[in-house]
Design a protein around this ligand. Sequence first.
Ligand code: LLP
Length: 424
Amino acid sequence: MSQRPNDPADYTPFFSYRDNALCCEGVSLSSIAEQALTPIYIYSRASILAAFRGFGHAFRAVPHTICYAVKANSNLSLLRLLARAGSSFDIVSGGELYRLLQIGVSGRRIVFSGVGKSREEIREALRARILLFNVEAESELELLAEEAARVRRPAPAALRLNPDVGGGGHPHISTGSHQHKFGIGWDDAMALYTAKVQSPWISWRGLSTHIGSQILSLAPFRRAVGRIASFVRLLQSSGVGLSFIDFGGGLGVRYTSENPPTAEQYAKIVIRKLGPLGCRLLLEPGRAIVGPAGILLTRVLHLKSSYGKTFIIVDAAMNDFIRPALYDAIHPVTPVVRNAGKTLRADIVGPVCETGDAFLHDWPIQTVQPGDLLALWGTGAYGFIQASNYNSRPRPAEVLVNGKVFSTIRRRESNRDLIREELR
Ligand code: LLP
């Protein structure tokens, strides 16, 4: 245990201070910065595998398939790592499908969620013979039937039920209430299932839902599994048998002082209600698998005081990591090399020309100098994947640590990359 309260290094075994220098597994972050520059995303392979295996272990009592939510982090090397560990995948676009096909993942290991699938995306997914389409609108179902008829193969389908249960760490990432665009309401879903029972081109295989993300208590999950179980029972009694119940993702992680349920606690309430229905459970965790496995390494560019406030200006910005700006998310920052210096309170901000480009306000941190390295914690999920080129800033590199070695799994963009697709 470090002596500092609430230090992120205290709650992960995969990042730790050795002789006051922060390491990811057996690699010092300073050595990565020396070779690969900053800002840079760094992921622990062991952390991802441990989370994936832990999640699966929690559901060991029932037939289940973990479909990692590709949107959380779709780097090919991480997808390959998870595929080799036995993961299936949840996708939400043709682009995510393309990524998986590129690394040789079979369609049988892919479920397709998402609120608006295009004809082309449906076509490509049918061609790949995916496991399940989670359909979110009547017209999407018609489109799916049309395309299935074209290839003369019934499409394996589920409806995404909107269970009218809200959950999630921020209004932007809550998806399960009646006012949200996601899924189909109870009565309409029931009507659609029955209407298509005889369809030659829609083969009902499942029911899906997803109520939100970064959910920190079991209560919304409990309400949702109750609703889903009642719905499936009703379906079964009206002659619609299903093979799969896809309960989505959403389990939260600890970024600062949150206290999310464990995978075991989560699994227990899901299994209790959904286990007896005789279907295989599909789970779509994203954040819980990769979130805690990543940090964003950044270097201090400048320090300044203005009207009595201290600003630490770093070389990462909101274009590299947007969660604080978009969801008021708190991701702790700690120095990569600890010293015995005084602690000050500072705003840690990036160089982008927006006031919102701030990672933390009034944050306690040891005195730092330009050139010092800082770690921004918990950035493995929805980090790089939401990065942009705003302010014409090339996107950062990504590195995967495996024990004592690391490899670059995405090279840093260059200025040339910024204009590559534009007319000159
Ligand atoms: N399944 C579906 C259908 C989803 O929409 C999502 C996330 C997941 C699974 C995975 O959820 P997770 O286990 O990661 O919570 N950009 C936001 C998060 C958006 C999540 C959207 N859907 C953030 O940075 O917090």
